[in-house]
Design a protein around this ligand. Structure first.
Ligand code: DQA
Length: 146
C-alpha cells in the first residue's frame, strides 16, 4: 500500500515555528519516524511539502496518476482559503484524503474555524500535535482493511 503525506505552507518550518503550538520536532523527523513505523507493515509513505498552492494541486493530481492508495493532507493556511484545493481533492476521487492539523484549529482564531477542504475529504483529524499524522495514516489503513 502506498500513502502520501502532503504538507502545505510553513510546515517546513516545523520545530522552529511557534513551538508552543506546533512542537519542537522537525517535519522530517516526524515523518521519517512514521515511514520507519509503517514500512514493516507493508505501507510505503511518500512525503511532499510545498509553500505553493499550485504545487500542492500538482502533487495531488500526480498521486492520482501514480495510483496512490490514500493521502494525509495538512494544507496549512490554504485549508481556510483554497477552493482550488477543495476541487483538486474532489477531482482525484476515489482516492481517500484525510485532512489533518497539528493544532486544534477550533480553539484558535476564528479564521481557522472554517475549512474549505473538509467537505471534500474523507475525514478530519486535528489537535493531537504531530501525532495527528499517525492518526491520519491509521485512518487510511483502516479504510483499506474494512
Ligand atoms: C495547521 C493549522 C492552520 O490553521 C495553520 O495555518 C497551519 C498549520 C495545523 O497543522 O495545525 O499552518 O494546519
Amino acid at each position: 500500500m502506498k500513502f502520501i503525506i502532503i504538507n502545505g505552507p510553513n510546515l517546513n518550518m516545523l520545530g522552529q515555528r511557534e513551538p508552543g503550538i506546533y512542537g519542537s520536532e522537525s517535519l522530517e523527523a516526524v515523518l521519517q519516524r512514521l515511514r520507519d513505523r509503517y514500512a514493516p507493515k507493508g505501507i510505503q509513505i511518500d512525503i511532499f511539502q510545498s509553500n505553493h498552492e499550485g504545487a500542492l494541486i500538482d502533487r495531488l493530481q500526480q498521486a492520482w496518476r501514480e495510483g496512490c492508495d490514500g493521502i494525509v493532507l495538512n494544507a496549512g493556511a490554504y485549508t481556510h482559503t483554497s477552493v482550488a484545493l477543495h476541487d483538486a481533492i474532489r477531482a482525484i476521487a476515489p482516492i481517500p484524503v484525510v485532512e489533518v492539523h497539528i493544532s486544534n484549529v477550533h480553539q484558535r482564531e476564528a479564521f481557522r474555524h472554517t475549512s474549505l477542504i473538509s467537505a471534500a475529504c474523507s475525514g478530519v483529524i486535528c489537535g493531537f500535535g504531530t501525532d495527528s499524522y499517525r492518526l491520519g495514516i491509521e485512518a487510511l489503513a483502516q479504510m483499506h482493511e474494512s
